[in-house]
Design a protein around this ligand. Sequence first.
Ligand code: ADP
Ligand code: AMP
Length: 222
Amino acid sequence: MANQATTILVLLGPPGAGKGTQARMLEEQFGFVQLSTGDMLRAAVAAKTPAGLAGKQAMDSGNLVSDDIVLGILNHRMSQSDTTVGVMLDGFPRTAAQAKVLDDLLASNGRRLSRVINLMVDDAAMVDRVSGRFTCAGCGEGYHDRFKQPSVHGRCDKCSGESFKRRADDNAETVQQRLSEYHAETAPLIRHYDQMGILCKVDAMQPIEEVNQRLNLMIASL
Ligand code: ADP
Ligand code: AMP
């Protein structure tokens, strides 16, 4: 999946914590590659691949997609990322079974995770963030109705695109289900990585730039 010098980070946190936002910034700042299982699954749904067709219903209702589908899709993508200086896993692992597969895969290659970054936000902020989220349809840059508007209204800061989109699953009912999946399946991983001594807790209630500064300091110390 990655050469020996590669930094491997996991971005952990509930939907809306800022994983994607920070991953895009760290891509620019460090040349790391963001591997988002959510993005991969949405691409598979759009392309109507077998994995996409099988995962769509769970995604639409805010449930987790089955481990075998997620692992299949991630394996395929990881095999294409072996020359990068760093990899950020965004939204993976999300279950104990996924974490075990990842630990075993890395161990079998004599590797280990560099850090697991736990972006901590409270539940109310998470609902706020997800319900105001939109992205540039051209380049995928993320925005928010209140917290991060394009500097020129209606024009993407990155690519000057004028078309934006919202995710179908960023609605009030689905958000509650995604939050409950997070607490039931994903939050227990925090303890797992804490016990491994690689957990880095970050107060993600702070503004985007401040969270980013904290991550820069952490990465500089690796
Ligand atoms: P995730 O990838 O964890 O689901 P995103 O990075 O897409 O979350 O962020 C969700 C929404 O919250 C986006 O609209 C983003 O612009 C906004 N956001 C991200 N980080 C912060 C922050 N620290 N403060 C305020 N808003 C934020
Ligand atoms: P995200 O873009 O990370 O918010 O993910 C969107 C949706 O994709 C989730 O609500 C799940 O249905 C699915 N998904 C993404 N990553 C995973 C994963 N690692 N395991 C299971 N389902 C996932």
